[in-house]
Design a protein around this ligand. Structure first.
Ligand SMILES: [Zn+2]
Length: 435
């Protein structure tokens, strides 16, 4: 479990207590849609590969063929695993945005295919074959339709500029040259390590610059598409600011009272020993803080820099204005994305994290019936895993130097539970108990 995945659940505000009726998660049993899609995607991939073989002779062409074939078989697995939804409320909104963008931008490909991923990270990306993936998580972090449009514009620009293909081709070419360099190195005895280090450093550094340059180019071209359509210009900047926030907020705490409230179940009272933790003196907040800062360094100042460059190139962006309020339709998509957080975690088998996130919602008294239902389902899975000795797969181990105090407390609690405790909690929340 990486830190970013966890940091997602520090939802900015606890905004809705909506959905009075129990929410029905998105149905992903769209078997025929999935199969049709895979057929089309496979053909598209093969046509791409043929194109490469014509354009790039020898090694580069062969390697590209290998990478794209591998890519497709991995992607096929994901699709079959239902990582994407093929029919959901999100489609209509995205289709509308793309139709609007195409109107005034002839550069945008006609046959854009968009898939919605069951993923809570606020992200969108473009697959090698040009398919757009939009994570549901974006709807939890962006304020309105215009902001989603801005992210799509940025990705379309990457695609039109063939950024990922260019990096790949370059990498293939560098692999060859690196081997040659290594051969040369073997014959050099003085300062050998120094030279190897220099080569390594230069290469990484070059990649860093290139990546940054690609981001800047995608921002500029993306913004032009955005501007040509009817979207509100400043939302391009507001969206970037929201994504910057995602990187810089730390996990929310779960109070001891919340444990006592949720796990004191009839005929199986709460036990203080469940809260026993390893020595927290091992926990070094400064270290954690430092790590946090370092982690966010990766994207954080980068986004600030991107905003700066956009404002320099497009002076109309040199202003600040609060985000537009979402329209009714967008608001309902935000609600759906929020309600899908748990189904998505369940789908990716992040059962431990799912419990932690459910507890956060329950601590805020948000949609209690719904999140209690998820507690039941998750504890069933935890019980099963514990029985099969593979709970490690679904629940993190305590790592004092890497996790927040609250998350460590949670992990200690979970690992302290006996089989019997887990069973009782699961039964209670699945309403199989005697209560
Ligand atoms: Zn990008």
């Amino acid at each position: 479990m990486n830190y970013r995945k966890l940091s997602l659940f520090i939802l900015l505000f606890s905004f809705y207590s909506g959905f009075s009726q129990v929410y029905e998660p998105i149905d992903t049993a769209d078997y025929s849609l999935r199969n049709n899609y895979l057929k089309i995607a496979k053909d598209k991939n093969n046509i791409l590969i043929k194109g490469f073989k014509n354009k790039y002779q020898g090694k580069v062409g062969n390697k590209l063929e290998k990478y794209y074939t591998e890519f497709f078989s991995e992607f096929e697995k994901d699709v079959k695993n239902k990582d994407y939804t093929f029919k959901s409320e999100f489609d209509k909104e995205i289709d509308q945005i793309i139709a609007e963008l195409k109107k005034n931008n002839s550069q945008i490909p006609q046959n854009l295919k968009v898939l919605i991923a069951k993923d809570n990270m606020p992200n969108a990306f473009c697959l090698p074959d040009g398919t757009f993936i939009i994570n549901m998580g974006l709807f939890n972090w962006l304020d309105n339709k215009d902001q989603v449009a801005s992210v799509i514009c940025h990705e379309i620009a990457h695609n039109i500029l063939e950024h990922s293909l260019n990096l790949l081709v370059e990498q293939i070419q560098e692999d060859t040259s690196d081997k040659t360099t290594l051969e040369t190195l073997k014959s050099v005895t003085v300062n050998k390590s120094n030279t190897a280090f220099e080569i390594f450093k230069n290469r990484v550094y070059k990649k860093g610059i290139e990546k940054r340059q690609q981001e800047v180019k995608a921002d500029s071209l993306g913004y032009v598409f955005f501007k040509n359509s009817g979207f509100k210009k400043i939302e391009f900047i507001n969206a970037l600011n929201n994504l910057k926030d995602f990187d810089s907020i730390s996990p929310r705490e779960i109070k001891v009272e919340t444990y006592k409230l949720l796990f004191d179940v009839p005929n199986h009272p709460f036990k203080e020993k469940w809260m026993k933790t390893e020595d927290f003196s091992l926990y070094n907040y400064d270290f954690y803080k430092e790590k946090l800062d370092k982690d966010s360094l990766a994207s954080h100042p980068e986004i600030s820099k991107r905003i700066e460059i956009l404002q320099k190139n497009f002076t109309e962006l040199n202003t600040s204005e609060a985000a537009l309020k979402p329209d009714v339709n967008f608001e309902s998509l935000q609600k759906i994305a929020r309600m899908e957080i748990l189904p998505n975690l369940f789908h990716s088998e992040d059962y431990g994290l799912g419990v932690y996130v459910s507890m956060q919602f329950l601590q805020d008294k948000e949609n209690e019936e719904y999140y209690k239902m998820w507690l039941g389902r998750l504890f069933d899975k935890i019980y099963e895993a514990r029985k099969n000795y593979n709970l490690n797969r679904y629940l993190d181990r305590v790592e004092p130097k890497k996790q927040s105090k609250s998350y460590q407390q949670f992990l200690n609690f979970m690992w302290n539970l006996s089989m019997d405790d887990i069973k009782n909690i699961a039964d209670y929340y699945n309403k199989k108990g005697t209560s």
